[in-house]
Design a protein around this ligand. Structure first.
Ligand code: HPA
Ligand code: ZN
Length: 349
């Protein structure tokens, strides 16, 4: 496809305006401090923080585990179906303003079942928000994630509890504390999920080694790798990911905040694209990492000097990497082309 030339000063606006799919966003990670306080009050939950500012102040993570401790504590205010609906509705409304045309949303049912919240409360609330978003023109799907710091038996129990609601989610994933919890720990659970016809994704190579990415591909049969940025340390793996166009859902601001890279200027997104990988840009946990998807695009482009051509590639990759029907992907790609043509035109005076 022939790309029109775009003036560099129009790049930030183009990044915001271009249609895109978001494929790596944990709904519990979209819970803003304001909503934590509002839900705590609505549900009569006591918080160990006196104010929104004090809570925000506690968001001083230095790695994945120190983030996860705060992220699981924040989710403790989610109790009722309405809470899950409101959370997903707020994310999807915001995503629509950022020109997200399709979202595949992660949720962590074990974070809630541990507090006695029934599976149906979680899934019905989230699913109802997805149905309403579709009616407003944003395509939205759910992906159930297993917490990898918990056992295989607990993952199987979670799957059993979710199966009565299977029409409400399209796939399964694997998240939480990576190092020490390799994908192979969940080989049998994912084999069962494949038999059941679910799409398979897995976090791998965020902090963990390339060996975990190999396992996600070969043992779990993951169709997409979440994060995957550690792949650059293994040339054979890079070749495989490029040859098979295995998508990586990269999250620049998350990687910056959790110190996967010393700073954003050192992020390897450009290198992944240059090597021919199907990399995408996503927000991971926008309430915790300082920005939604457009901030991720704008800040990583500013820090690494990427171009309009790479913006087009990343948006096109997000459609290709999605589990959406080919006809929808083609429609979004045509909208992407229209947006670029609009931005190439001389500015109106
Ligand atoms: N990694 C692992 N688990 C997570 C993440 C992440 O980036 N975000 C929410 N749960
Ligand atoms: Zn994640």
């Amino acid at each position: 496809m022939k790309l029109p030339a775009i003036a560099p000063d129009r790049l930030p606006a183009l990044l915001a305006a271009m249609p895109k799919a978001e494929l790596h966003m944990h709904i519990e990670g979209s819970l803003e401090p304001e909503m934590i306080f509002a839900l705590a009050e609505r549900n009569g939950v006591a918080l160990p923080y006196a104010s929104i500012e004090e809570l925000r102040h506690a968001y001083a993570f230095t790695d994945l585990q120190s983030f996860l401790d705060i992220y699981y504590a924040g989710a403790s205010v989610l109790l009722k179906e309405e809470d899950f609906y409101d959370l997903a509705q707020a994310y999807l409304a915001r995503a629509a303003t950022e020109n997200v045309v399709h979202a595949e949303i992660f949720f962590d049912p074990q974070t809630h079942s541990a507090r006695g919240v029934p599976m149906q409360t979680v899934i019905r609330g989230l699913s109802r928000a997805c149905v309403d978003a579709r009616a407003q023109g944003t395509s939205a799907e759910l992906i159930l994630c297993f917490l990898r710091h918990l056992s295989e038996a607990e993952a199987f129990e979670t799957l059993e509890a979710a199966l009565p609601f299977r029409e409400h989610f399209i796939g399964v994933g694997l998240d939480s504390s990576e190092v020490g919890n390799p994908p192979e720990k969940f080989a049998r659970v994912f084999a069962r999920c494949r038999e059941l016809g679910f799409h398979i994704v897995a976090h791998a190579g965020e902090e963990g080694p390339p060996a975990y990415i190999w396992q996600a591909l070969d043992v779990l049969k993951a169709e997409r790798i979440d994060h995957g940025v550690q792949a650059v340390h293994d040339a054979a793996l890079m070749q495989r990911l490029a040859a098979e166009r295995v998508p990586l859902t990269v999250c620049p601001l998350s990687n910056q905040k959790l110190r996967v890279f010393p700073d954003l200027a050192q992020h390897n997104l450009k290198r992944l694209l240059d090597a021919g990988l199907c990399a995408t840009v996503n927000s991971d946990d926008p309430a915790y990492f300082g920005g939604h998807i457009n901030a991720n695009f704008q800040q990583v482009f500013a820090a690494t000097g990427m171009t309009a051509e790479q913006a087009w590639q990343l948006a096109a990759n997000s459609f290709e990497a999605s589990f959406a029907p080919a006809a929808d992907q083609a429609r979004w790609l045509a909208r992407l082309q229209d947006t670029f043509e609009r931005f190439a035109a001389p500015a109106e005076i």
